[in-house]
Design a protein around this ligand. Sequence first.
Ligand code: HC3
Length: 415
Amino acid sequence: MSEPVPNAQATGSSWSAFLKSIASFNGDLSSLTAPPFILSSTSLTEFSSYWCEHPSVFAAPAREPDPAKRALLVLKWFLTTLKQQYASRSEQYGNEKKPLNPFLGELFLGKWEDDAGTTVLISEQVNHHPPATAYSITNESTKVHLEGYNAQKATFSKTINIKQIGHAVLTVPDPTQDGAFDTFLITLPSLHVEGLIFGAPFIELDSASYITSSTGYTAKIDYSGKGWIGGKKNSFTATLYPTGQEKDVIYNCSGQWTKAFEIHSGPVKYNSSKTLIGSWDPAETPASGLIVAPVEKQHPLESRRAWANVAVGIAKGDMDYVGREKAKIEQAQRAMRKQEQSEGREWERRYFTALPGPDAILEELAPVVGLSANGDADKTGGLWRFDVAKEAKAKAQKELTEDEKADLASKLLGQ
Ligand code: HC3
């Protein structure tokens, strides 16, 4: 990513009006009224795919017999996802746009087919107020499985600052013991928007995030940007140590999450060519493309089908049309919620269920990384876990006919 270049469209009065509106916004990102050229036609449900654009790196820990090295491979995979997650939309220059705010029940489904076999992605908007997205990613050959959910809390101080609420859980089968697996609890970094003043927004990650495992290893990833007195943007240093012994670093990784990084054994201060045991350069490993069904084959609640008209409006810059198409969805969704309320029921999530009680993984691992044991359920509408029974039910359902799809689109999306 190069330096932010002032965006020609963003030098006008609409951008200054936008900057003024940000300074007084209430923390609800969906209520930000951004100028047309900064609107994206991609919904936040699609962002879940960023966790796995290199399926072979995702699946690699399942082949490693040593638990410390397995934890290192998990850290490596996490670090390789950061570029996709936080910079892939603004790689050339800062042009991070405002994504579509998903409706309750919105789905984004896809798969990767490559050397790692088939890896399946399921992403669902599980809550609307406050908005929360849940996801499940499974590599079918190794059974490596990631699931999690996230919401965002924004504040304004000099720029937009975002605290991510939620967490992810990675399950990796232990290749040395049939049926055994390691569990990794992953926290989500805070971030802020840079380059706003130039009309060239991009993301910088803040402070630290953690990965802690049931096998007794913890990784701490410290993020830093370009400061007043030097440093490179999108930098990080990560250390892996036995849980509770932060000073006994076994491995460390450092570099730029948008560029290359190195992996060394031992603590950072001894890093040399002798301690170098690996590296990663995204330029050398192109991401595997996600395969998504053609829009006409999709379920009416699948993101790209549901937002197709809005996307056309955004591409044409026809904001009246965008406004009308968005309003149809919002009104139909409001009517649906009213009906559910009057019937004393809730929208049935298709793939995820809110846990009614405590979660064993969080009870064991959350205190290590400063997460709350209730998974911040009060801020995400629930402690969401992937429900295999629901997945089986969804799989067993026969494909909807065109008439059934049209009925659903009309009832749920006003289309
Ligand atoms: C803050 C953000 C929406 C949330 C995005 C999240 C945190 C979503 C979960 C993904 O796993 C990681 C991720 C990456 C980027 C985050 C987005 C960046 C910008 C967007 C704001 C709502 C847009 C702010 C408007 C503008 C014009 C300044 O870009």
